[in-house]
Ligand binder design. Structure first.
Ligand SMILES: NC(=O)c1ccc[n+]([C@@H]2O[C@H](COP(=O)([O-])OP(=O)(O)OC[C@H]3O[C@@H](n4cnc5c(N)ncnc54)[C@H](O)[C@@H]3O)[C@@H](O)[C@H]2O)c1
Length: 326
C-alpha cells in the first residue's frame, strides 16, 4: 500500500522518538541527529537508560523528555515525524512488565497517534515479527496474518503490537494520518543489554565469561539475526519512503540456535560448553522474514554478515559486563 505522502523534510525535520533511550531508539537518535534533524527523545527508562544517549545530551539538535507515553503526551512546536519505539521488547522484560507492555502498545500508541494527528506529522510504528506468533507459514511475508495465542504469557506483547498495528491503520483510514509500520525481526548489536535474556546477548555474555551456553530445547529452533546498523538503515528507508507498510525489516539468513551457539564459541575463542534447558511456553519454532517487499519498495537489504556483526558486538558487551560488575 502506498500513499501520496507530503514531502519529507530531508535534514531539517523535527522528530519525536519514543523509547529513544533504548537499544534501537538510541541508534535512531544518533542517525537522525547526524542527518541534521532535531530529535526529541521521550522515554521513561523502564528498560532503557539515558546512558545510551548521554553522548547526545547538550547537542543543540537533541533533547530528552522523561515521560511515560501511556499517559497523554504533548510536545511544543511543530513536529514532522513520530517514531513510536517505546515498549518493553525482550521476552524477559515483557513477561516481567505485562500490564505496562499492553498499555504502551495500546494507550501509548493511541497517545502518539493523537499527537501525530494534531501536528500533521508522519507516524512510524515499531511493530514486530511477534505479530506472526508461532508461524505456520515460512518464511513470513507481510500478507501472513499470524498464529498467536492471545492468552499465553507472550500474548501481552504480541497482542499489544497487533492492536498497535490495527489502531495505526484506523488513524490512517479514518483521519488520514500519514503512517508507516515496520515489522522488526530479531536485532542485535551495541547497546543491547547484557541481561536482556535474548539469545544473542545470553550466548555472548556466557561465552566471554567462560560459562556454559544455555540452549532452550534441543536447539533445532531457527532464528534470523539482523545487525542494528542494517536494521536502522531499513527503518529510516521506510520512514523516508511513501510506502505505508507493514514492511518486514530483518535478516533472512536463518540459523538454528545450536548453530548460533557454535558460531559464538568460535568467534569469542571461548572454551564454554553447551547445556540444554526446557523450552519456554509458546517459543516459536521458526522465524525468518521474507524481505522481498523491502527489497522492491525500499531497495533495502541487510549487508552485515553474522560473524562480522557479532565480532562488532562482543567487545561492547564485554566492556558493559565489566562496567556493571565494577
Ligand atoms: N530489538 C529487537 O530485536 C526488536 C524486535 C522487534 C521489535 N522491536 C521493537 O522495537 C522497539 C524498541 O525495542 P528495543 O529492542 O530497542 O527495546 P528497549 O527495551 O531497549 O527499548 C525500548 C525503550 O522504550 C522505553 N519505554 C518502554 N515503555 C515506555 C513508556 N510507557 N513510555 C516511555 N518509554 C517507554 C524503555 O525505557 C526503552 O528505553 C520496541 O517497540 C520493540 O517492540 C525490537
Amino acid at each position: 500500500m502506498t500513499v501520496g505522502a507530503r514531502a519529507w523534510p530531508a535534514g531539517h525535520g523535527r522528530v519525536v522518538i519514543t523509547g529513544g533511550a533504548g537499544f534501537l531508539g538510541s541508534h535512531l537518535c544518533d542517525r537522525l541527529v547526524e542527518r541534521g534533524h532535531e530529535v526529541i527523545c521521550v522515554d521513561n527508562c523502564v528498560t532503557g537508560s539515558t546512558a545510551n544517549v548521554e553522548h547526545l545530551i547538550g547537542h543543540s539538535k537533541f533533547s530528552f523528555l522523561r515521560h511515560d507515553v501511556s499517559r497523554p503526551l504533548s510536545v511544543d512546536g511543530a513536529v514532522d515525524a513520530i517514531l513510536h519505539f517505546a515498549s518493553p521488547a525482550s521476552p524477559r522484560d515483557y513477561l516481567e512488565l505485562p500490564i505496562q507492555t499492553l498499555k504502551v502498545g495500546s494507550l501509548g500508541t493511541h497517545n502518539c497517534l493523537g499527537l501525530a494527528k494534531a501536528k500533521d506529522a508522519r507516524f512510524l510504528l515499531a511493530s514486530t515479527s511477534e505479530v506472526y506468533g508461532d508461524p505456520q507459514v515460512h518464511p513470513q511475508t507481510e500478507s501472513y496474518w499470524g498464529h498467536v495465542n492471545p492468552i499465553g504469557p507472550r500474548g501481552v506483547y504480541d497482542e499489544a503490537k497487533r492492536f498497535a498495528e490495527a489502531i495505526t491503520m484506523a488513524y490512517h483510514r479514518a483521519h488520514g494520518v500519514d503512517v508507516r509500520i515496520v515489522r522488526i525481526f530479531n536485532t542485535y548489536g551495541n547497546r543491547m543489554r547484557p541481561s536482556d535474556g535474548r539469545v544473542v546477548s545470553n550466548f555472548l555474555v556466557q561465552a566471554v565469561q567462560g560459562k556454559p551456553l544455555t540452549v532452550y530445547g534441543d536447539g533445532s529452533q531457527t532464528r534470523s539475526f539482523c545487525h542494528v546498523d542494517d536494521e536502522v538503515a531499513g527503518i529510516l528507508a521506510l520512514l523516508e519512503s511513501d510506502h505505508v507498510g507493514p514492511v518486514n525489516i530483518g535478516n533472512p539468513t536463518e540459523f538454528t540456535v545450536s548453530e548460533l551457539a557454535e558460531i559464538i564459541i568460535e568467534i569469542t575463542g571461548s572454551s564454554s560448553e553447551v547445556i540444554h534447558e526446557p523450552l519456554p511456553v509458546d517459543d516459536p519454532t521458526q522465524r525468518r522474514p521474507d524481505i522481498s517487499l523491502a527489497r522492491s519498495v525500499l531497495g533495502w537489504e541487510p549487508r552485515i554478515p553474522i560473524r562480522e556483526g557479532l565480532a562488532r558486538t562482543v567487545s561492547y558487551l564485554e566492556a558493559e559486563v565489566n562496567r556493571r560488575e565494577r
